[in-house]
Design a protein around this ligand. Structure first.
Ligand code: HPA
Ligand code: ZN
Length: 326
């Protein structure tokens, strides 16, 4: 429809996107063949049929297992090329891409292969498709803190390849406070800070991410609605939430899209953005999330423009780039 194509062409920044979560079943099989790795599935369709989840952990189990087909710099470049092709077709003009280096380095893949592969595809797309972007290294919060310290040390030797650090993986039981020192080091090196908080974990983790990690944006953050004072703080401080509606439904953080708190957060004055999280696994890229959420929550075209504008305003991009996209 026209409404769909308008939402797809609306210029937007993608601020919550795990590059490993863009691995479509077709590419997983191509890379498995190329790298002589056996996936425990008979076919693309059989793998695709497993993309059905009951909670965050049930997704993470498949996500970490499937990403083992990513081995070389060119694998990461091809993954990123395919993501950027789909994303630009849905209006993405700036992409801040999360990656999980601990999940690769622990399998013997060099940090440099990961950042150079993703970086090469981003540079090509900047040249050919007018999309800008950068890389945000995510620490795996359900792994020992010392491992995060070690990957940060490795990463700081190539700090030029990064724009920031984040925090992801299984949330409940792994509060942001564990990572206060790691984030302090990253910020001292000039990196931006974001953190997943309040997806499955309690609203108190959002406050911790703001106070102890000095997170500049909160990834997901939807459980903020349980704490009106926190909602007031987020609105007052103009902290962006990088909300991922289709992800929240697929991982059962919300019962269905009509029950999604995005609209009440927006109405309370919170700077909400809409993003795709792990689009290969959750049934849609960013434009698909815009369409679904507008429909389910009866948002106006102006609301959708506001959401797209929020994403550009909240990006870690140079001011002249933001001005060009607004
Ligand atoms: N939450 C936490 N960790 C993740 C996610 C998510 O939605 N996607 C990939 N790693
Ligand atoms: Zn995420």
């Amino acid at each position: 429809t026209d409404a769909t194509s308008d939402l797809f062409t609306l210029p937007k920044a993608e601020l919550h996107l795990h590059i490993e979560g863009t691995l479509e079943p077709e590419l997983a099989f191509e890379l498995a063949d190329r790298n002589r790795i056996r996936l425990p599935y008979e076919s693309v369709d059989q793998l695709a049929s497993r993309y059905s989840f009951t909670d965050l952990q049930s997704f993470l189990d498949l996500y970490y297992a499937t990403m083992t087909v990513l081995r070389t710099e060119d694998d990461f470049a091809e993954l990123t090329r395919r993501y950027l092709r789909r994303a630009t077709a849905q209006g993405v003009r700036h992409a801040e891409i999360f990656f999980d280096p601990q999940a690769h380095v622990s399998r013997g893949v060099p940090f440099e292969a990961v950042v150079d592969g993703i970086g090469a595809a981003l540079a090509e797309a900047a040249r050919d498709q007018d999309v800008s972007g950068g890389l945000i290294l995510c620490f795996l919060r359900d792994r020992p803190v010392v491992e995060a310290e070690q990957i940060l040390t490795t990463a700081l030797a190539r700090v030029d390849t990064l724009i920031g650090v984040g925090l992801d993986s299984a949330e409940v039981g792994y509060p942001p406070s564990l990572f206060a020192d790691v984030f302090g080091r990253a910020r001292a090196a000039g990196l931006h800070a974001v953190a997943h908080a309040g997806e499955e974990g309690p609203a108190s983790y959002i406050g911790e991410a703001l106070d102890l990690l000095e997170a500049e944006r909160i990834d997901h953050g939807i459980r903020a609605v349980e704490d009106p004072a926190l909602v007031g703080r987020l609105a007052h401080e103009e902290t962006a939430l990088t909300v991922c509606p289709l992800s929240n439904v697929r991982l059962r953080a919300v019962p269905d899209l009509t029950a999604h708190p995005l609209r009440s957060l927006m109405d309370a004055g919170v700077r909400v953005t809409v993003n795709s999280d792990d689009p290969a696994y959750f049934g849609g890229y960013i434009g698909d999330n815009f369409v679904a959420v507008q429909d389910a929550l009866e948002l106006t075209d102006l609301d959708m423009m506001r959401i797209a504008q929020n994403s550009v305003e909240s990006a870690f991009a140079p001011l002249d780039r933001k001005v060009a996209l607004l």
